[in-house]
Design a protein. Structure first.
Lengths: 383, 457
């Protein structure tokens, strides 16, 4: 709450207020607010960030290529640079949108964008399920691992584990935190000393947080123990990974739970005191899903780009120059799914790309889960 | 075997066509059956998913409440990655929750209990299979009806149907192949006797006319018997010919031997008067021989079935008068009275004039030779006929047919070739006329009548 960092105060204040207010506000939660909440790690401040690459007049006919992505510019720039180098005939316009804005914009103008890339997996899945995506029939698409695609319409292009961030101070005082079990034990033992120093997603306002909650609750009933423990420690609830990272860097929080690994790695590169932990017992893995809308104005360009994105070239760039994690099976080494699998093996739980995601979007389901979550979160506080 | 019209090809075509139609029908039926089977199998998924959803429906806060089990939706998608849709609809048809406003099913439920209706629907351009489960909440007091509608796209069904159909297709094709092989063998077996018959005929000595001895199926046995009949007729014809040739050479040999003997006899003498007598006799003999040769020639020509001279309209009266004119002198010299009895009206037939003249000449000649005093040529009108009557010794009825045989002579003492009546018979046959012999007028002599086929006016 330092006055020298005025930009942080609204987040904090809002988070604090929300913790009290959401109990009252929650029953009014409507589908729209849910949609609103699906802004992932991107801070909501920028109105419209975009990147433009002009087409170089060459032998090939030039074409426009409009990409809507929920992917920060530093992450997407190397990808687009490399693509534009190989295909200068495309005039690329990349708009960085929140997952919410991206989805709403698509529903309003389904023929505006050529490629949609979003981490809001259920929404992307729903679009494809409703027949809004067109298939990509290329050798690369056929070789793409089956678990990372749905039909030939929806492609997972990144591999981003959900991680914990632990301050070294905690490790020095209480020992290593390597898994969910470690975290639960730590929270239960040290709930007093950690009071208010733990931060996690608020599933009510964050779509990503809600998705993780639903997945984790399906994985094990012990998840509810963890929620109860978080409640007991009066964990702060945030809307985005960015918020959580800010608080951790400032030292307001000592433990962050369920952060998007790719953003954490990028932001915490020069904060050696903050340790990124990919849990050993299980680690959710989220993927950014790309699709070409059925009504894409430049389908040929769109297919070329998507093909590049799941090809060895694009995935190579993804592995080397971003923290997003490449899926391509032939890629090895740091920044790839293969490397992460070697390190964590069976513990990795990529979110299944299947109709189960549709259940995530069910309004009643959401209400039911959030009610349960709230009850568990408040259970020990009431005591 | 395949060139031109062929029995085996006909059989093949008429057996294969129905087979082909039948096969196509079977394939069609197999396709529908495969689809039905696939639908039955995949409808179980709709059933299970809708049940899993229905079981989670509760009454909460005065409304329907559903904690959607993700597994219920995952159940609906198989390896074919179907698109999946569901909705929960209350008693008033309002959608409580779901990812698609699926259409309802208007069909009446069979029973009031839990019912499940399947059908194919098109939703926003997607071809879907939908299952609608109508059920109700059974609470302590509450009985709230609701519907769970689930649907998925058809990829998995189509894949299964195609697979089932392909399996059937392989079987049907194999059966068709077997049927065709059997068909070919059957046709070959059925037509084998025909081949045997052909071989038997081809391998015969061309000179033999022996009947075919061959065991054949009934249909071909008839053919064989017909051929054998023909062969028998040909054998008879050839026998006739051989006898004719034998007779002819015999007939020619006798006068030639006579000539030779006469010449030899004359050469032994020196008297020119004897020579002259011999020459006169020899001339008469050689004239007779020449006439014999002429008759043989015309008989041969008449016997030749290939010889079909053009027939022209003729007046029988004119023919008769012409014959009288021609033979009158010779008859007169021999003291025979030759006359004609023409018909009142002119009788016309189609015929060959020189043949009829020859026939009349032969008959007149015969009558004269066998000692008739009066010979009359009679022309009849109804039916058209030519008759030669004489008052000679006649021929007993029993022997008349024999007279038609070449070289048959009633008496050996008289000169003559024995060909005359045979030639007349041949000419009659050429004209399609019937030759009849009867006693002459007043029961004496002989009457030979040629009755022409009647265009009776």
């Amino acid at each position: 709450m330092s006055p020298r960092r005025p930009s942080m105060t609204p987040f904090l204040r809002r988070a604090g207020r929300r913790r009290l207010a959401w109990l009252l506000a929650f029953p009014l939660a409507l589908p729209l607010t849910f949609l609103l909440a699906f802004s992932l790690a991107i801070p909501a401040v920028h109105a419209e960030e975009s990147l433009r690459y002009p087409a170089t007049p060459g032998g090939d006919a030039t074409s426009a290529l409009v990409i809507h992505g929920a992917l920060d510019l530093p992450q997407v720039r190397p990808l687009l640079d490399a693509f534009h180098r190989d295909h200068p005939q495309f005039a690329i316009h990349y708009r960085n949108l929140t997952t919410l804005a991206l989805h709403e914009r698509f529903l309003k103008a389904p023929a505006e964008a050529d490629v949609l890339i979003s981490s809001a997996m259920p929404w992307q899945y729903r679009l494809a399920n409703d027949g809004q995506a067109q298939p990509l029939q290329t050798p690369a698409a056929r070789r793409w691992p089956a678990w990372a695609r749905w039909r030939s319409e929806l492609f997972a292009v990144t591999f981003e584990p959900i991680v914990m961030v632990v301050n070294e101070a905690i490790i020095e005082r209480f020992g290593e935190v390597r898994s969910h079990a470690d975290l639960l034990a730590l929270l239960e033992r040290q709930s007093e000393s950690l009071r208010g120093r733990v931060v996690t997603y608020d599933p009510a306002i964050s779509g990503a947080g809600y998705t993780y909650a639903i997945e984790e609750s399906r994985l094990s009933p012990r998840y509810w123990e963890l929620v109860a423990a978080l409640g007991e420690a009066e964990a702060a609830l945030a809307g985005t990974t960015g918020e959580m990272l800010e608080g951790l860097i400032e030292g307001r929080y000592l433990v962050g739970y369920n952060l998007l690994g790719s953003y954490a790695r990028e932001r915490l590169a020069d904060h050696p005191r903050l340790k990124i932990v990919v849990p050993e017992d299980y680690a959710l893995v989220t993927q950014r899903l790309a699709l070409v809308p059925r009504l894409a104005p430049h389908p040929e360009a769109a297919r070329r780009f998507l093909d590049y994105l799941i090809g060895e070239t694009g995935q190579g760039v993804l592995a080397r120059e971003t923290t997003l994690g490449a899926i391509h099976p032939s890629l090895e080494g740091p920044g790839t799914a293969a490397a992460l699998r070697r390190q964590r093996g069976e513990a990795l739980r990529p979110i299944t790309l299947g109709p189960g995601l549709l259940a995530t979007l069910d309004d009643l389901k959401r209400e039911a889960l959030l009610t349960r979550w709230r009850r568990e979160f408040m259970r020990r506080q009431r005591r | 075997m395949t060139r031109g019209d062929s029995l085996s090809r006909r059989l093949l075509v008429w057996l294969l066509l129905p087979l082909l139609v039948l096969g196509s029908l079977m394939l069609l039926q197999a396709w529908f059956e495969a689809r039905r089977t696939a639908d039955r199998a995949f409808d179980r998924l709709l059933e299970a998913a809708s049940l899993a959803i229905a079981e989670q429906v509760q009454w909460q806060d005065d409304r329907l409440w559903l904690d959607l089990p993700p597994a219920a939706l995952e159940m609906l998608a198989t390896d074919a990655e179907e698109r999946v849709f569901y909705s929960l609809v209350d008693r008033r048809g309002r959608m409580i929750t779901g990812n698609a406003e699926l259409p309802g099913d208007d069909r009446e439920a069979v029973s009031d209990d839990d019912t499940l209706l399947y059908r194919d629907v098109t939703w926003q351009g997607l071809s879907l299979r939908q299952g609608v489960r109508r059920t109700r909440l059974e609470d302590w007091q509450l009985r709230e009806p609701f519907e769970v509608r689930v649907a998925h796209s058809r990829e998995g069904r189509d894949a299964l149907a195609a697979e089932l159909w392909r399996a059937n297709l392989a079987m049907i094709l194999a059966m068709a192949a077997l049927a065709i092989v059997a068909l070919l063998l059957a046709i070959r077996t059925a037509l084998a006797p025909l081949t045997r018959l052909r071989r038997a005929i081809r391998s015969r000595d061309p000179r033999t006319l022996a009947p075919l001895e061959l065991r054949l199926p009934r249909e071909l046995a008839e053919l064989r018997d017909t051929v054998n009949d023909l062969l028998a007729r040909m054998r008879r014809v050839r026998a006739n010919q051989e006898r004719f040739i034998g007779d002819a050479s015999h007939q020619l040999r006798t006068p030639l031997a006579g000539l030779s003997a006469r010449a030899e006899l004359a050469l032994r003498q020196d008297d020119p008067v004897r020579w002259r007598e011999a020459l006169v006799a020899m001339q008469a003999t050689s004239t007779r021989t020449a006439r014999l040769a002429m008759q043989l020639l015309s008989l041969t020509r008449l016997a030749n079935p290939e010889y079909r001279p053009e027939r022209a309209p003729l007046s029988l009266n004119a023919i008769a008068r012409e014959a009288v004119r021609e033979h009158w002198t010779a008859c007169h010299r021999a003291g025979v009275d030759l006359g004609v009895a023409s018909a009142a009206a002119d009788v016309e037939i189609l015929g060959i004039d020189w043949q009829l003249a020859e026939a009349l000449g032969n008959l007149i000649d015969n009558a004269r030779r066998y000692g008739a005093r009066h010979v009359t040529i009679r022309v009849g009108e109804q039916p058209p006929s030519l008759a030669v009557e004489d008052d000679g010794p006649g021929i007993p009825a029993a022997r008349r047919t024999l007279m038609l045989r070449p070289f048959h002579r009633d008496r050996d003492d008289l000169e003559g070739s024995g060909l005359g009546l045979a030639i007349v018979d041949g000419i009659a046959r050429t004209h399609g006329a019937r030759l009849a012999m009867s006693a002459g007028p007043g029961g004496v002599g002989l009457r030979v009548t040629l009755r022409f086929p009647g265009d009776t006016p």
